[in-house]
Design a protein around this ligand. Structure first.
Ligand code: B3K
Ligand code: ZN
Length: 915
């Protein structure tokens, strides 16, 4: 039901709840059409706040009974609230009974069915779709849950915590039902509640913590998927071991369960002791999953497991504090992945991948209509704020704490955080205070207030660095200037605390020792803490003009303008000891050339100096294959767009394509050598070295097939087809297929047909088949628009459905979000398609629709004719009267920057019509 006015919730309006719910006893009589829920709660008035009515949240529920201390009581229902005006002052028992309709629930929030089983998703506000409750994270209760269901259809009945008892139900005339009773000893907010009921099987493993306590780990999936759970189980065990070793955080439950479901709005959910996963983030076999899938699964399994402490044991006071758990947990999963990767080079590749992701998703968010601080100030639909800013920039903020207090200092800070706040619902301030208090006198604690601007100011700070070398005095003066551009609602920003890790190299690439004027220490690398709008640093005893290597390891989430020349970037690319900056120098060299072509409107022509430099990387005898692949991959089109004030997606794509074609031709022999040298003959393992080699071989093959398109060569397309057919794993098969789909239409068609035939029964692989076609790059001059036409056609494919989020994303998001040149069309057909799909999805699943709506966040920086056409499409969506609050919020924010914004609703205040 969509009704009334979508209210704007403000952070500054936070008030503690008028009541606490201390225990909850839930009984579910599970039936897909009508599930009966009985809730018995112990409720206590919060005497610390003004006396008021008990107002419980509830949505899409059919209320049957309300009892207080066993007696009926008068109540009202207003909008999405059940209001009891005369709740007692003394503690009381509240009993509610209601029904809900899981099989009709297409939103995948609350209780729903998928493939004939029951699942829940309660974060952020799904619990209120199950029963009436104080559905807010600062109300923490102890749950006991009884599930009752048909035994043959739902043999497995799961909920949070430990199993107390289970057995058959002795009901008159019906012996087909059974029950299970679960108890979670840890108080938790309702968003961490979960249940699962269905015909599932489990992989099991018993493990011991360091203290010698034994735990049962289980991964539940549908029959037939069991052999695809080994990697997830291994990842879970590795996560347990890592969290104990690095942060001394052990598993606190006897049993830890993970369950896979194919209909799911995101990757996974950290419900206490019962994590629920999108099958795409859980299931993997060499034949069906790529190296990227294996690594994504490892990191998501770890992420959800790590939430058990950062999120569940210590949770958020209110949803504005979301980054308290998400930023911190992303940081933890990134650190875990780096530690798992092992070698310094493999660690750097992890860091580079994380920064690429930040730049592709968070930087554009920070400069678009949805820009918001890591701790937002207001929202109308909290689900819209599970964003790259809250997650990925939030993680960078946590990383800066670690940079400022050191690794050991950060671990001390984490210990203090748990010592102070275990079992509580707290704020980002509490986290900051714990890290600072554990590190008195540190670079963080002396600047804590200024550091916390990272939580309140949106936008990506720009840092300019300029160095002056004085040969006579042997000094090098580095001046750093910071500026954070205006974002919606924030015109003026204060300087932020920006750790800038740096080193100096000689023109020959030797490390130059660093000694700041006035300091006695001589270092090879050091972290400057920029805190003013402008600061200068003088390094002494600098014997030759240095090349500065700044922001090493990406020490802060900023855009750096270091003004380095090509010659200086070439020194860094060849010699920097910091692998991140070595990669960055290569990206900058490419970016400079692509931006030069786009800005001047002239065709891109790669010069010999650039081609020689990348050839050297490709031929380098010591660099890892993974590093070569990531360095030879050009910057993404979204990141390139981010550097421009006015964005012409077609011009960007044309420049990138030209760069690829020229690199393919100029390095032909080296690609051949790289392809041959990186064939792996032994069995498949997803380790960083093997996956790096496969990635480089795939890139080389793509280049060789692309080059064959220009030369007319038939050998490489033929070899790609052969490799596609014979591949022993999905990484190689998909690599070969995408090389053909990108550049050899004739062989692509039979390959695509064969791929579909081979994997038609495996939904996750069919998702890849759709995604590959939706992401196929347009080729300048030849059958332009081929991808768009293909997507339109695939929408009619019998395997396509909007109801399954993975499938909808595989085709629609691939085109609209990840294929700018196919999407941004001069005839506006891409935008018309987008509007149609946002509206169609909104009727089924607002969370998925709203994510798609965000594609237009940056419509205002598009060049004409795209800009006007995009605005028309946004208005078309906006004109729909019964949009979900989710989509309405996104669209209103987008329209806030329209020329006549003052006549449109201001962002983000919105009004939706009743239906
Ligand atoms: N906490 C969940 C995300 C819930 C999203 C709700 N719209 C998964 C995670 O971040 O681990
Ligand atoms: Zn998370």
């Amino acid at each position: 039901m969509r009704e009334g006015t979508a209210t704007l919730i403000r952070r500054e309006d936070y008030q503690a709840p008028a009541f606490w719910i201390r225990t909850v006893d839930l009984t579910f009589d599970l039936d897909p059409a009508k599930t009966l829920v009985t809730a018995r709660m112990q409720v206590e008035r919060n005497t610390a706040v003004a006396h008021s009515a008990l107002r419980l949240h509830g949505e899409e529920l059919n209320l049957l009974r309300v009892l207080i201390n066993g007696e009926s009581v008068s109540f009202r229902q207003e909008g999405h609230e059940l209001i009891i005006d005369n709740a007692p002052d003394a503690d009381f028992a509240l009993e509610l009974r209601n029904t809900c309709a899981p099989e009709k629930n297409t939103t995948l929030s609350g209780l729903y069915t998928s493939g004939g089983s029951f699942f829940t998703q309660c974060e952020a506000e799904g619990f209120r779709r199950i029963t009436y409750f104080l559905d807010r994270p600062d109300v923490m209760a102890i749950y006991t849950v009884t599930l009752r269901a048909d035994k043959s259809k739902y043999p497995v009945l799961l909920s949070n915590g430990n199993l107390l008892e289970s057995g058959d139900l002795e009901e008159a005339g019906n012996k087909a039902r059974h029950f299970a009773k679960w108890h979670d000893p840890f108080p938790k907010p309702s968003y961490l509640f979960a249940l699962v009921a269905g015909d599932l099987v489990a992989r099991e493993q018993r493990v011991k913590t360091r203290a010698g306590k034994e735990h049962l780990l289980q991964v539940y999936v549908r029959r037939g998927d069991l052999e695809k759970t080994e990697h997830a189980m291994n990842s879970l065990i590795a996560s347990m071991v890592w969290d104990e070793a690095r942060f001394k955080l052990p598993l606190d439950l006897d049993r830890f369960m993970v369950v896979g479901v194919s209909d799911f709005n995101m990757g996974a959910m950290e419900n206490k002791g019962l994590n629920i996963f999108n099958t795409s983030a859980l299931l993997a076999s060499p034949a069906t999953a790529t190296d990227q899938d294996f690594s994504r699964i490892e990191s998501i399994v770890a992420h959800e497991y790590f939430h058990n402490w950062t999120g569940n044991r210590v949770t958020c006071r209110d949803w504005f504090q979301l980054s308290l758990k998400e930023g911190l947990t992303v940081f933890r999963d990134q650190e875990f992945s780096m530690d798992m990767a092992g070698s310094p080079s493999a660690r750097a590749v992890c860091r580079i991948a994380d920064v690429r992701q930040l730049r592709a998703a968070q930087f554009p968010e920070d400069s678009g209509a949805m820009a918001h601080p890591v701790r937002p100030d207001s929202y109308s639909e909290i689900n819209n704020f599970y964003t790259a800013t809250v997650y990925d920039k939030g993680s960078e903020v946590v990383r800066m704490y670690q940079t400022l207090v050191g690794r050991a200092g950060f671990e001390k800070g984490m210990s203090l955080y748990f010592e102070r706040h275990d079992g509580q619902a707290v704020t980002c301030d509490d986290f900051a205070q714990a890290i600072a208090d554990a590190n008195p006198g540190s670079a963080l604690s002396v600047r804590l207030d200024a550091f916390k601007r990272w939580y309140s100011q949106a936008g990506t700070p720009r840092v300019q660095a300029r160095g002056v070398y004085d040969a006579a005095a042997q000094t090098y003066t580095l001046t750093l200037t910071q500026h954070n551009p205006a974002t919606p609602g924030q015109d003026q920003k204060l300087p932020q605390v920006i750790p800038v890790a740096l080193g100096l190299l000689s023109q020959e690439g030797q490390v130059l020792p660093l000694q700041l004027q006035g300091a006695t220490e001589v270092l090879n690398e050091q972290v400057l803490v920029l805190e003013e709008a402008q600061q200068s640093y003088v390094f002494i005893h600098v014997t030759s003009e240095p090349v500065p290597s700044l922001l090493r390891g990406f020490s802060a989430p900023v855009v750096l303008d270091d003004g380095l020349s090509d010659a200086q970037l070439l020194v860094l690319l060849q010699h920097d000891v910091d692998a991140f900056n070595r990669w960055e120098a290569g990206q900058r060299l490419a970016l400079n050339r692509i931006l030069g072509a786009v800005r001047s409107g002239t065709p891109l022509q790669l010069d010999a100096a650039y081609l020689d430099a990348v050839r050297k990387v490709l031929r380098h005898p010591e660099l890892d294959a993974a590093f070569k692949e990531i360095t030879l991959t050009l910057p993404g089109e979204t990141y390139i767009a981010e550097q421009l004030d006015v964005v012409d997606p077609q011009a960007i794509h044309a420049a990138v394509e030209a760069a690829q074609v020229q690199m393919a031709a100029a390095l032909r022999d080296d690609w051949t050598a790289a392809f041959e040298a990186n064939q792996i003959k032994t069995g498949y393992t997803p380790d960083p070295v093997s996956s790096g080699r496969r990635a480089l071989a795939n890139l080389a093959l793509a280049m060789l097939v692309l080059d064959a398109r220009s030369t007319g060569d038939t050998v490489w397309p033929g070899r790609a087809y052969q490799r596609f057919k014979d591949a022993g794993n999905m990484t190689e098969r998909l690599g070969a297929l995408s090389a053909l789909v990108a550049a050899h239409a004739d062989l692509a068609e039979p390959a695509l047909a064969r791929f579909h035939e081979l994997f038609k029964d495996d939904a996750l692989v069919i998702d890849k088949w759709f995604a590959l076609q939706g992401r196929t790059p347009e080729l300048a001059g030849e059958k332009s628009g081929r991808t768009f036409a293909r997507v339109r056609q695939l929408m009619q494919h019998p395997d396509f459905t909007l109801k399954n989020p993975n499938r909808a994303r595989s085709l629609i998001f691939s085109l609209c979000m990840f294929n700018p040149a196919a999407f941004h069309r001069a005839d506006a057909a891409g935008y018309v398609f987008w509007a149609e799909q946002v509206l169609a999805l909104d009727a089924i699943n607002p969370q998925v629709a709203s994510r798609l709506a965000r594609v237009m966040d940056r419509w205002n920086v598009l060049a004409e004719p795209y800009r006007s056409a995009a605005l028309l499409a946004i208005r078309r969506v906006s004109a729909k009267p019964d949009l979900s609050p989710d989509v309405r919020e996104i669209i209103s924010r987008a329209l806030a920057s329209a020329p006549d914004a003052d006549t449109a609703p201001a962002a983000p205040a919105v009004a939706t019509q009743a239906v």
